[in-house]
Design a binder for this molecule. Structure first.
Ligand code: ADP
Length: 605
């Protein structure tokens, strides 16, 4: 199944003007591709329930009739019936589970993939709306919960309706009054009890999915932020927060169980009442000859089996609210507006045998329509082989510029062209095939050095891997490791130093071989010596390559062709390093401050 067609229930979300479809109806719409399997599972489940009732009714008749000690031949059909119902019940139940779970697991897999795809489109500009732990809870727990609608709720009601009606029909045929008693008891158990438990459960069930999301987010925060929390003595507070959220979830779970208990208890009481009711109307019927004595056992015992049909309904009704909440949370991810709208018909890039050119004119971009301009009239020229550094105070718009060039963020005004083609008319992946990014906090995966590198290019040869490592000045270190490229780097590269992590990210970009490089603060979070060594290597590797480097350190910028100083989204100064130092503006001041700090540091050594 595809999730990209606009008619698809998952794709793109509702148009802004349309009434958002109810989460439950959308979940059902999702099941359309598996409708055949789910129907088959429901039919098999219905057959299993019917066999269970048939088993009890036939056994009741058999035992009752056998007590009259008739010729054994008159019992043969009933004996065969008992065997048939006994064996077929198990077979039908098995079939129902296999077919139903197969359908549900396929749907789950499809749904997870579509959530992943959505995340890919939302990242990185659209994701800050969700916290990572909460996203994980949506992807795992909530998607799981959604399958309850298809596996438990809808089949349970369908089977109860059809098989229940048939059972009431059978009992009514034997004794209409007993049929009426059974119908009344089943209706009360199927409608009134679930309505009661659902009403009791509404508040706690509605809290369950958000509470689970909040707990997951808090635990992820606690684990990821452990070093900072320990350093600041804030572990106890964060642990207390996790404990509080856990308590809340426990309260919700306890309420769920309590309501389930109330539902089961009431259903059992109604089941007992149905049996007593059948006895109450059956005995006089036998006395005045309206009912055969043998059939009395059937009339009285069949309700016992029939109540299995409705025993699960209070839980099903209760989980409906949970499914609604979970589905709403999953659809919120699927419907989150894409930060960048891909063109309906993407333009093609012309061949660029002499290298790619990016030209930016009067660029204005912002994150929301009601926010101020993050970039306000920026011009930039990146012809083949040119290297430009973008510097400026924090919040100046440097990362925003990188996001626009990579088509992670749309631009509202002005133009950005790649080889003469407007960026907005190009597919995002086409742009990123040409423009490569080494991000500020490049993610290092918990696997080996080699796998982390190959992420950039699966098919790279051993020599190409080595060349990329050499370019990032990592080769000698890797060769010195006992396991070389097979060394595991730990979670988030925790077994690497900050500099090694960034160098690994650099090697990755080199290996990817994108013709235009955007390096966003590669030396951020590193001490000045490591930062300057890394910057020097970067400038070495990128010689002759079209590169935009964003940096907060000015050391080494004498090597780039142009330095652009951004401030408040506008270009304040631009020129070569020497021009800007001579110009006496922000850059010159920053440069002298950096030198002074360095000299103090030298003097201390
Ligand atoms: P720099 O990289 O120079 O530190 P940024 O480009 O990150 O600056 O930020 C420029 C402006 O855009 C800032 O005012 C910042 O608050 C805002 N901004 C950055 N990222 C986002 C975002 N994801 N959502 C909303 N505003 C943002």
């Amino acid at each position: 199944m595809t999730f990209t067609a606009p008619a698809d229930p998952l794709g793109g979300g509702p148009p802004p003007s349309a009434e958002p479809r109810a989460p439950l109806r959308r979940t059902l719409a999702l099941a359309r591709p598996a409708a055949g399997r789910l129907t088959l599972a429901t039919v098999l489940g219905g057959c299993a329930a019917a066999a269970a009732i048939g088993l009890l009714a036939t056994s009741a008749w058999l035992i009752s009739r056998a007590s009259e000690q008739p010729p054994i031949l008159t019992l043969t059909v009933a004996i065969v019936g008992v065997r048939f119902f006994g064996i077929s019940r198990g077979v039908f139940r098995y079939g129902e589970r296999v077919v139903g779970h197969d359908a549900a697991l396929r749907l789950l897999a499809d749904l997870r993939v579509s959530v992943y795809r959505r995340l890919e489109r939302l990242a990185p500009a659209g994701l800050p709306a969700f916290r990572s732990g909460d996203l994980l809870a949506r992807l795992v727990g909530d998607v799981d919960t959604m399958q309850d609608l298809l596996l438990r709720v809808v089949p349970a009601y369908a089977i109860a309706l059809v098989v229940g009606a048939a059972t009431v029909g059978l009992v009514t045929w034997l004794l209409p009054a007993a049929g009426a008693v059974l119908l009344a008891a089943l209706l009360a158990a199927a409608l009134a009890v679930p309505a009661l438990t659902a009403a009791l459960a509404r508040r706690s069930e509605a809290r369950q999915a958000p509470a689970r999301g909040e707990l997951a987010a808090a635990v992820v925060d606690l684990l990821q932020g452990a070093p900072d929390l320990v350093a600041n003595g804030a572990v106890a507070a964060q642990r207390a927060r996790v404990a509080r959220l856990d308590d809340e979830l426990t309260v919700v779970a306890a309420a769920t169980s309590r309501n389930a208990g109330v539902g089961s208890g009431l259903t059992a009481v109604l089941g007992g009442a149905a049996v007593w009711g059948a006895l109450a109307v059956g005995i006089p019927a036998v006395a005045d000859g309206r009912l055969d004595g043998v059939a009395l056992a059937v009339v009285v015992l069949t309700p016992l089996a029939a109540f299995e049909l409705v025993a699960g309904l209070p839980m099903a009704a209760q989980s409906l609210e949970r499914v609604r909440q979970a589905a709403a949370r999953v659809f919120a991810v699927l419907d989150a507006p894409e930060p960048v709208v891909e063109p309906a018909v993407a333009a093609a890039l012309p061949a660029a045998p002499d290298g790619h050119t990016m030209v930016v004119r009067g660029l204005r971009a912002r994150y929301r329509d009601d926010a101020g301009w993050a970039l306000d009239g920026v011009d930039l020229d990146l012809p083949p082989g040119r290297r430009v550094a973008v510097v400026g105070p924090s919040g100046a718009g440097k990362s925003t510029l990188a996001a626009v060039l990579l088509r992670f963020l749309p631009y509202a005004q002005g133009s950005v062209t790649l080889d003469g083609v407007e960026l907005a008319t190009l597919d995002g992946d086409t742009v990123r095939g040409v423009v490569g990014l080494a991000a500020q906090d490049a993610h290092v995966f918990d696997t080996t050095l080699e796998e982390n590198l190959r992420l950039a290019r699966r098919s790279a040869t051993a020599d190409e891997l080595r060349a990329a490592l050499a370019a990032a000045r990592l080769l000698a270190w890797v060769d010195g490791l006992p396991e070389g490229l097979g060394t595991a780097v730990g979670e988030h590269g925790s077994r690497l130093s900050g500099g090694q992590r960034q160098r690994l990210a650099l090697a990755r970009v080199v290996l990817a071989g994108a013709p235009v490089l955007v390096l966003d603060e590669p030396a951020e979070h590193l001490d000045t010596t490591t930062a300057d060594a890394l910057t020097a290597d970067l400038l070495d590797v990128t010689r002759g390559r079209t590169t935009l480097v964003i940096t907060h350190r000015l050391t080494g910028l004498d090597q780039v062709d142009e330095v652009v100083v951004l401030d408040g989204g506008r270009v304040r100064e631009r020129g070569t390093h020497a021009d800007l130092v001579a110009g006496g503006g922000w850059y010159a001041e920053q440069w002298h401050r950096e030198r002074e700090t360095e000299e103090v540091a030298w003097a201390r050594r």
